[in-house]
Write a protein that binds this ligand. Sequence first.
Ligand code: M6R
Length: 624
Amino acid sequence: MCGIIGVVSHRPVGGDPATNSGVGQILIDGLKRLEYRGYDSAGIVLADKGRFTSKKATGKLSALSQAVKGNMPVGNIGLGHTRWATHGAPSCDNAHPHFACDNSIALVHNGVIENYQTIKTKLAKEGHKFRSETDTEIIVHLIEKYHKHHPPLESVRRAIEHLEGSFAIGVIFAKKPNILIAARLNSPMIIGLGDKETFLASDIPAILPYTKKVIYLAEEQIAEIDASNSAHRVNIINFKGRKQPCQVSTVAWDAAGAEKEGYPHFMLKEIFEQPAVVRTTSRYYLDTKTNTVKFPALTGMAKQLSAVNRIVLVACGTAYHASLVGKYAMEELCRLPVEVAYASEFRYALPVLDKRTLVIAISQSGETADTLAAIRAAKAKKALTLAICNVLGSSITRDAMVTLYTFAGPEVSVASTKAYTTQITAVILLSAYLAKLRRTLTPKDEKSLVREMLALPDKIEKVLTLNDMIADYADKYKDVTNFMYIARRYNLPNAFEGALKMKEISYTHAEGYGAGEMEHGPLALVDDTFPTVAIAVKSNVYDKVISNIQMVKARKGIVIAIATEGDKFIRTLADGVIEVPETPEILSPILTVIPLQLLAYHTAVKKGRDVDQPRNLAKSVTVE
Ligand code: M6R
């Protein structure tokens, strides 16, 4: 849950002062793009003339940027880290980098070392002095121990043989300014190949301004970057010391995708990107000449997929809600039993799986620890595994048998928005493909679904024009302490998602509930101060939701309805109506979630919340 960056460069030490382009500034700028991964403290270290200079600050990255102003450490090699605390409170002592006793080695770490206490006790008996409460610090002391007799790469390899848990680490040695080392186990790490400079980072946006050429470090690999001459050499070994091949990929994202581009927050920018990313994602899986779905990545698996007799979707958070939409779509189109499991539960629940079960993991980052563990558990039981994921080369995509990418581009805001609508897009089109294989979808129905899908981006544009009106609703209700979100069938996951967005960024308590469950308990909460957001678009459960709204109104509750354009009746009932264009119910969650995202966004802004980096959270949950 932390962000790491490392650089070794042939730029002039200290960079060009006029353009502030030295390694120190690369580290600070990279951390800024990784800040979504953790933001309670940060630090950098650079090596020059055999010595380290480091700066650390608690709080957001702006504190560190301030601390280095006019006082930037210099060097041709360095590491940076932005922290989301697990062991030890956010403080300068606990902030990374951490150092060996003699300050000859510096290290940054993302992950959790589960057996750190045992190792720490042992190292302390051997005379090592610890300066922090972190689990991380033991790694650098272990490396120091081995470095007495071994070169850098072998010392790192021997040190990590002791570690249990998860880690991505970056290591530098004060007296070896051309050697940058990275290693990973269950935490992401990429290597970026620039022009006479090489990078390591937790995620692609950190290095996008400098290069699009990357190596995705695989599980249990260690990379040594040797920058002794301008053609940097990348040497990769596994934890056993055996040489590994290294494959260079080119990233399709551009640097602008990871910038705010004039929007006040990434979240708002990402909400407004939804017409484009839903269009790109759907078109990738559609043949627009024949109006049919196409999944070339699945062709080789068609026989196994036709034999599937059960589907299990696993995910966390917002991706879990996308999975719930997937369940409705798969059951309706494929006529197969479908379950949805929280990945955090699935991995410990002894799930019954076999080779006729298809396990689908949905994840924006592809790095969520529980979702990754769930897909591995499914693989171990010989189930077919498929990932729906946004990040190329991420851990989940490596473990799943096949990956269907969403094309949302970099999602920086902690609150997931465009990833969600592209996940729903992909899972619905996948349902149609599986249904075709099973002959449960007629060509006529397929064409009609495809046509409606292609019309969706323009309809999302239309919903986005309601932004100001939704901001007014947010203004009106910003001081309430509770929100209820209700819906049925395909839109029930959006009731959960709307409540999650509201809690996550505005810190207002909110609950999502099946509309038909209100009278089984939650109706007791309703009074004339209590707002309920009801999703009541035209569908075969419309009348049922209307009855549920009437129950709330009969208790004097406030109702904001998300309704289909032109629904005059609902205006006679609800206190406020937000209209979305008509679309088949199966696709409606892609439209009805937009007002919910905007309502949460504007409420958070009006309450003065830190929209993109809400308290206590981080974007990728790479620890359990
Ligand atoms: O990267 P993933 O999609 O696997 O992440 C799953 C959740 O952590 C994520 O959706 C989280 O719930 C969001 N912050 C919600 O906005």
